[in-house]
Design a protein around this ligand. Structure first.
Ligand code: ATP
Ligand code: MG
Length: 401
C-alpha cells in the first residue's frame, strides 16, 4: 500500500497557496526531504521543502503572480524561498549536480524526478509526497530504509562524500537523529578514509552541524563512531580519544534533564579552553558564554562545599552540567545529592555591598572592589557561613591596624 502523510502544515491555507501557485504555472510540486521523512515517522515537521519540475525563474514568476513574497535564496542552485502568511517554504527546482568541488555543485535543472532523487544524500531524504500527501519513493529504497532506521547513502558512500564533504557530518547527524543499531560499515570506511576533506568546510558549518548532532536525544553511537573513524579529531581539533558521551547521556537521564548541545559540546572540549574551542567553531557570544560556564572548575565537585561553591560561581544549570561532565569523565557514580547543594549555592546572595564598606570609611574607588572581592572569597571559603557582621568586622579590623 502506498503510504501517505498528513499534518496541519500540509493542509494549511498558506501551504495550499504555494502549491496552487506552482500548479497554476503547469508545474508539479512535491514535498521532499525532512518534512516527508518526519511526517512518516510521526515527528514534528519543522521546515517545509518543496521540489518542483520547473526552473527557478519560472518558480519566481509563478509565486509572484499569486501575490506571494519571494526571496531568491540560492538561485544558482535552484532554490527560492516563498513566504506565505507566517510560513516560509524552500522551493528547489529538480536538478542534477554536474560538477562538484567537495562542497558546492554546478547544477543543471531537469524534469526528471529520479535524477533529482539521485543527487540527494541519503535514501530516507529522497522521499517525496504529492500535494495530497501520497508518498512517492522515487528510488524505491527510501521507505524501507526509513522504517529500518537505516541511514544509507544513495550510491557509493565514498563517491558521494567526495562530491560534498559535509555529507560526512550529515551522516553522523542523521544517524544520531534517525539511526538505529550499527552504522553502515561501508559508509564508515569511506568516512575514515576521507575525513581529511572536512578541512574544506567552513568552521561555521562544522560548528552548526555538530551542535545539531549533539542536540539529538541519543548522540552517543554517532559520537563514538566519529571518534573511532578519526572523523571527530578532524572535526573538533580539541577532541581527544573516545569521549564518554554515553555516560553523560545516562547521567542526564538519571536527573531527568533534556538534551543540550552545549553541555555535550563541553564534554567533547574536555580540559581544553572552552572559549578558544568555541571561537574556533564560530559560536555566538551567548553560546560561548554558556560553554565557558561549563568549562573545568578550579575545584572539582567532590563534596557539599565544592558543590555549593560551583553553584554560586557558575549558576545552577551550568554547575549541574559541569557536575555531569565531571562524572562522565571520571566514571564515578553520580551523586544526585549534589544537585540540591548546587541549587543552594546558586541561590546564595553575597551579604555585603560597596555601600557597607563606604559606611566603614573606605574610599570609593578600586580599593572597594578589591576589598569586596577579598570578602567574597572569605565568605565562599567559609562555605557561605560567615554572616555580614563577621565579614565586615574583618574589614574594620584591617582598617584599624
Ligand atoms: P532538517 O531540515 O530536518 O535538518 P532535511 O532533510 O530537510 O532535515 P535540509 O538540510 O533541509 O535537511 O535539506 C533538505 C533536503 O535536501 C535533504 O532532505 C536532502 O534530500 C537534500 N540535501 C540537503 N543537503 C544535502 C547535501 N549536502 N547533499 C545532498 N543532499 C542534500
Ligand atoms: Mg529541511
Amino acid at each position: 500500500m502506498t503510504p501517505s502523510i498528513t499534518g496541519e502544515w500540509l493542509i494549511a491555507s498558506e501551504t495550499r497557496a504555494v502549491l496552487d501557485a506552482l500548479s497554476a504555472q503547469g508545474a508539479t510540486p512535491r514535498f521532499v526531504g525532512g518534512c516527508v521523512r518526519d511526517a512518516l515517522i510521526g515527528r514534528t515537521v519543522r521546515d517545509i521543502d518543496i521540489a518542483v519540475d520547473i526552473p527557478p525563474d519560472e518558480t519566481m514568476t509563478a509565486l509572484e503572480r499569486a501575490g506571494l513574497r519571494v526571496i531568491p535564496t540560492g538561485l544558482s542552485h535552484g532554490t527560492v524561498t516563498a513566504v506565505s502568511g507566517t510560513r516560509s517554504f524552500e522551493i528547489t527546482s529538480l536538478r542534477q549536480d554536474k560538477s562538484t568541488d567537495g562542497r558546492h555543485a554546478v547544477v543543471t535543472f531537469t524534469k526528471d524526478w529520479s535524477l533529482d532523487a539521485a543527487r540527494r544524500d541519503f535514501t530516507m531524504n529522497a522521499l517525496y509526497a504529492e500535494d495530497d500527501g501520497t508518498v512517492v519513493d522515487v528510488l524505491g529504497t527510501g521507505l524501507a530504509d526509513l522504517n529500518a532506521r537505516r541511514v544509507r547513502f544513495i550510491g557509493s558512500a565514498s563517491a558521494r562524500i567526495q562530491e560534498d564533504y559535509l555529507r560526512i557530518l550529515r551522516l553522523f547527524r542523521f544517524h544520531a537523529w534517525y539511526g538505529k543499531g550499527d552504522m553502515e560499515p561501508d559508509a564508515l570506511v569511506a568516512c575514515a578514509g576521507l575525513a581529511g576533506g572536512i578541512a574544506k568546510l567552513s568552521r561555521e558549518r562544522v560548528g552548526a552541524e555538530m551542535l545539531k548532532l549533539l542536540a539529538a536525544p541519543h548522540p552517543e553511537v554517532a559520537v563514538d563512531m566519529m571518534a573511532q573513524t578519526g572523523v571527530l579529531s578532524k572535526t573538533l581539533p580539541f577532541a581527544e580519544g573516545i569521549p564518554p558521551m554515553a555516560a553523560l547521556v545516562a547521567a542526564e537521564g538519571r536527573i531527568g534533564i533534556s538534551p543540550d548541545p552545549i553541555r555535550r559540546m563541553a564534554l567533547l572540549i574536555g580540559d581544553a579552553d572552552p572559549v578558544a574551542a568555541g571561537r574556533g567553531l564560530r559560536l555566538s557570544n551567548e553560546q560561548l558564554k554558556a560553554l565557558r560556564a561549563r568549562g573545568p572548575l578550579d575545584l572539582p565537585i567532590t563534596d557539599a562545599a565544592s558543590a555549593r561553591r560551583a553553584g554560586y560561581e557558575r549558576g545552577e544549570a551550568a554547575a549541574r552540567d559541569r557536575m555531569l561532565i565531571q562524572c562522565a569523565q571520571s566514571g564515578e557514580p553520580l551523586n544526585t545529592r549534589f544537585v540540591s547543594l548546587i541549587m543552594d549555592g546558586a541561590a546564595s546572595t553575597f551579604p555585603v555591598a560597596a555601600r557597607d564598606l563606604i559606611a566603614l570609611g573606605l574610599e570609593p574607588g578600586p580599593e572597594i572592589g578589591e576589598a569586596l572581592d577579598r570578602i567574597e572569597r572569605d565568605w565562599i571559603e567559609s562555605d557561605f557561613t560567615l554572616d555580614r557582621a563577621t565579614l565586615l568586622s574583618g574589614i574594620t579590623g584591617r582598617k584599624r591596624a
